[in-house]
Design a protein around this ligand. Structure first.
Ligand SMILES: C[S@@+](CC[C@H](N)C(=O)[O-])C[C@H]1O[C@@H](n2cnc3c(N)ncnc32)[C@H](O)[C@@H]1O
Length: 227
């Protein structure tokens, strides 16, 4: 999979792409993440990418020209005009695990990070295929939402996690929250591990985990369980 990200602060992605599960997926070549500095696509002599809003009012708006140029250049490089362009915006559809699964199966995606008041509306009308929000709050830029998307997408690509079953048993992969986990020591400050997990009886352990998962979901997120 190849993910292209258009940003006005590309440095934000540097350390993230070097470490952890995402860093390993990148260095193993399972996924390619290409970061584009929006300023590299402006013809403005001062490398300006934003301007005042028509009609007045507070805040600046990202200009259409550099964004169009960036998207056209990326599509040209990939060799396909059909690559999905996703704009990160608080006005988009709220991101969830189902969307992460769907996007993890794509060959290419382009993520566009907004800043200031957002992007010129013509970008949304003519370039953007989908708008995604990471929740009902407003951040100062689309970079953190883009990081949220790529982290959740990349860990779902087969071969990225050492144990793929681990990702499949996480919260939201089905209608339930994950079950409780314990590791060594068996007794930590008087708090002990449930006996069943030490029993070696895998059928019983599975049963216990399903029960805990259901109990936890009913207590915390009853809305997840389909009728
Ligand atoms: C200050 S926000 C602009 C908010 C915009 N004026 C509005 O009210 O819809 C700047 C940029 O941050 C990003 N952003 C902020 N909050 C976000 C969220 N919850 N989900 C996704 N992107 C977000 C978007 O790319 C947005 O263009």
């Amino acid at each position: 999979m190849r993910i292209d990200i258009i940003s006005s602060i590309p440095e934000i992605f540097d350390s993230f792409l070097l470490k952890g599960i995402v860093g390993r997926a990148v260095s193993n070549g399972i996924v390619e993440v290409v970061i584009h500095n929006l300023r590299d696509y402006t013809d403005d002599p001062h490398l300006s990418i934003d301007d005042y809003p028509f009609g007045g009012g507070p805040g600046m708006v990202l200009k259409p020209e550099p964004i169009f140029k960036a998207v056209e250049s990326i599509k040209n490089d990939i060799g396909s005009p059909d690559v999905k362009v996703i704009f990160l915006t608080p006005q988009g559809e709220v991101f969830n695990q189902q969307k992460a699964n769907e996007l993890s199966k794509m060959e290419n995606i382009i993520l566009l990070c907004g800043r200031y008041k957002g992007v010129d509306e013509r970008v949304r009308e003519a370039l953007v295929d989908e708008e995604i929000s990471i929740g009902d709050y407003v951040l100062s830029g689309g970079e953190i939402p883009a990081l949220v998307l790529i982290d959740s997408i990349i860990r779902l690509i087969p071969g990225v996690m050492g144990n793929y079953d681990s990702a499949k048993s996480d919260s939201f992969q089905n209608d339930y929250l994950d079950y409780p986990h314990y590791t060594r020591p068996e007794n930590f400050r008087g708090m002990t591990v449930p006996d069943i997990l030490l029993s070696g009886n895998h059928a019983k352990i599975d049963e216990w985990r399903k029960k805990k998962s259901l109990e936890r979901t009913l207590r915390r997120r009853k809305d997840l369980i389909s009728e």
